[in-house]
Design a protein around this ligand. Structure first.
Ligand code: OGA
Ligand code: MN
Length: 289
């Protein structure tokens, strides 16, 4: 597609692009919508700067891409401006816990996870608090044909309780082991099984649908058996060449495809507050290859 409305500036070889030329406060005209949709299919995550959006405008933009969700499982996020689909993602100056502080895709512990997430920056620390993204097709494409073939038969079991985990499922930094055990009890049974290798229906590309946080094990394998291969895949997702890193500014908005990228909220701004508004959107899910 030749873009006639937006300008797309890729941030790396595979992952992320900055978009300009469109004002997200107004309803999106059809051509702008199509070009934005193409950009997210090409890059997995797109970024807009200096948007000055209200929560209602953010919600209206997100709704253009599908039905927005009301996440009732995340107790620390309340709706903004009376809009239950606009959630606060906040880290207070004295909080030690960081939401989203390892590679993950949103809500993968449901049978139908969020398709898109739309995150808007409200209050930022003076420096730090960047978000990283890694493309799941770049990860898959980098594997040997032998490992690709091995993974194609596998599914991963994704577990809600691991939202309070850090990499490879130990308690997240700032969370006591006792609280982690409590969380595992509270969210027991909220889990879903997803193919490890699947096809993103819009780009047609294969993805490595794996998260070092939410994926507990390969379906039908023990956790001990799963860990060595999962650790290897964690390194593949984190390979710098597969990633991009976004430095937020006031009024920045990111929109990512949870079928195509994992993301990671950096925890490097101790003593400062950071406040984001998040909306998630349903959509057609990954398909078998
Ligand atoms: C999220 C998330 C990342 C961030 O909202 O799902 O992981 O940088 N946020 O706040
Ligand atoms: Mn997230």
């Amino acid at each position: 597609m030749i873009n006639t409305v937006i300008t797309v500036r890729p941030m790396s070889a595979h992952t992320g692009a900055e978009i300009s030329g469109v004002d997200l406060r107004a309803p999106l005209a059809e051509q702008a919508y199509l070009e934005i949709r193409q950009a997210i299919n090409d890059w997995g995550v797109i970024f807009f700067r200096n948007m000055a959006l209200t929560a209602a405008q953010q919600l209206a933009f997100a709704r253009r891409f599908g039905a927005t969700e009301e996440d009732t499982h995340v107790s620390n996020m309340t709706g903004v401006d009376g809009l239950p689909e606009v959630k606060e993602v906040v880290k207070e100056a004295d909080d030690v816990r960081n939401i989203g502080g390892f590679w993950h895709m949103d809500q993968s512990f449901y049978d139908l996870p969020s398709c898109f997430s739309v995150l808007y920056a409200r209050e930022l620390p003076p420096n730090g608090g960047d978000t990283m993204f890694s493309h799941l097709s770049a990860a898959y494409d980098s594997l040997s044909p032998g490992l690709q073939a091995t993974l194609e038969g596998l599914s991963g079991v994704h577990i809600r309780a691991h939202a309070d985990s850090s990499a490879m499922n130990s308690a997240a930094s700032g969370l006591s082991f006792g609280d982690y055990v409590e969380s595992r009890k509270r969210f027991a049974g909220i889990e879903a099984t997803h193919l490890i290798v699947a096809r993103q229906p819009e780009s047609g590309r294969k993805v490595l649908y794996f998260s070092p946080v939410y994926t507990d094990r390969f379906d039908g394998w023990t956790r001990d058996e799963s860990l060595p291969l999962m650790k290897y895949l964690t390194g593949v997702l984190g390979k710098p060449e597969h990633t991009c890193r976004f430095r937020w500014g006031e009024g920045s908005l990111a929109m990512w495809d949870n079928r195509a990228v994992v993301h990671y909220a950096l925890d490097d701004y101790v003593g400062h507050r950071r406040l984001m508004h998040r909306v998630t959107v349903n959509g057609p899910w990954l398909e078998p290859c």
